[in-house]
Design a protein around this ligand. Structure first.
Ligand code: PLP
Length: 389
């Protein structure tokens, strides 16, 4: 099928919920995707942080294909090897106590919210931050602190409070005697690649300790090595009670995780929570393969951090770039406020896939991207910035 036919069918028959780029993709290898006419695009998006190892990494394809031919689904009434292996790796890599498998980031956050509500029967309030993004289900758009997500769909869930990002005073005003959890992204993704200040995080940890409140880290975008550490909270030396993951875990397959630490590991019991597709064997086989890449004593993470530094240095040398935020391969580029969307569109025309995050250009390249591809992509990006700014 050619590009025009694919786009027409989708436009005719899928719900109009996405502002799509005017491109159809049919295949990919590493950090390069192709459209039906064979036009190549360098990928600085990883499908919004999902394809951790790029398109169709051979070992990942083998693992997924092998599992698809062996056993595709069983329900959670049975034990399966991919679930056993993926959960063992997640626990070894994080030091958390156990994991619940879901299918997406929003669903993982729903699980975390439910656990927080059950933690203390007399407390229900969950505090999140103003620039946060936690998903699009009813509970998670309520948890999302960005006002723009609260326009429709009322009434929202009760029992959420929003503290201003990096504002300690506002944090103390928002936490009440009813608070059972504080849920944060240590580096806010959709909200604009905003890093939390260390002092602010220290205050959150202090409040959680003093009041016996759960600290929930939403690592859906930042987790799985994206920031150069396995989890972004490691940059802050913090140990959350609950951690949610999704996006990059399956390397391109839908999987979400709620990791429970010591304090939270027994909150949910039989019948409290579940998911038909959770721990699907094919998704878990993909996840197990991605996770195996991190079981190398930190070498892969070191490479991600080095590539992040490389990106930063090169980006800051591009005229029109005012600053760079984020860590590792989660990169926000400060440009003139009105220009981010135009730069992304111009880069697309020139064969480079990039994203926006609020007013910034956002890059989430595959974690194993090669330096040659980084250079090629950055040279296209520099051209696009020059054309727009
Ligand atoms: N939490 C964060 C930090 C995210 O960035 C996202 C998605 O962008 C979500 C939750 C929701 O994940 P999903 O789209 O898989 O439901």
């Amino acid at each position: 099928m050619d590009s025009e036919k694919i786009k027409k069918l989708e436009n005719d028959y899928t719900a109009n919920t996405y502002a799509r780029y005017d491109v159809a993709l049919v295949s990919g290898k590493g950090a390069v995707a192709k459209d039906p006419e064979g036009r190549e695009f360098i990928d600085f998006t990883s499908g919004i942080g999902v394809n951790s190892l790029g398109f169709c990494e051979p070992g990942w394809v083998d693992a997924v294909q092998r599992q698809a031919g062996l056993l595709q689904h069983t329900s959670n009434l049975f034990y399966t090897e991919p679930c056993a292996l993926a959960s063992e790796k997640l626990i070894k890599l994080t030091g958390m106590s156990n994991v619940f498998f879901a299918n997406s980031g929003a669903e993982a956050n729903e699980g975390a919210i439910k656990a927080a509500r059950k933690y203390k029967s007399d407390r229900f309030q969950i505090v999140t931050l103003t620039e946060s993004f936690h998903g699009r289900t009813m509970a998670t758009i309520t948890a999302t602190g960005q006002e723009s997500f609260h326009r429709y769909f009322t009434p929202f869930l009760q029992g959420f409070g929003y503290a201003e990002t990096n504002n300690t005073e506002s944090l103390y005003e928002t936490v009440t005697e009813d608070t059972c959890a504080i849920m944060i992204e240590f580096i806010q993704g959709e909200g604009g690649i905003n890093e939390l200040n260390r002092d602010f995080v220290d205050e959150i940890v202090k409040i959680c300790d003093e009041k016996d409140i759960l600290l929930i880290a939403d690592e859906v975008q930042t987790g799985l090595g994206r920031t150069g550490k396995f989890m972004s909270y490691e940059h802050y030396g913090v140990k959350p009670d609950i951690v949610t993951l999704a996006k990059g875990v399956g390397g391109g397959l839908p999987i979400g995780c709620v990791l429970f630490g010591e304090k939270a590991k027994e909150i949910l019991g039989p019948g409290d929570h579940g998911s038909t597709f959770g721990a699907n064997p094919i998704a878990c086989a993909g996840a197990d393969y991605v996770l195996s890449k991190f079981m190398d004593g930190g070498a892969f993470l070191g490479e991600i951090a080095d590539k992040g530094e490389y990106f930063r240095e090169k980006l800051l040398a591009i005229p029109g770039v005012k600053g760079v935020s984020g860590k590792g391969l989660m990169i926000g580029i400060d440009v003139d406020e009105k220009n981010a969307k135009e730069i992304v569109a111009e880069a697309l025309k020139r064969g480079l896939l990039t994203l926006t995050a609020k007013d910034k250009v956002r890059l989430l390249p595959p974690l194993n991207i090669e330096y040659e591809m980084i250079d090629k992509g950055l040279s296209i990006l520099a051209g696009a910035i020059k054309a727009v700014v």
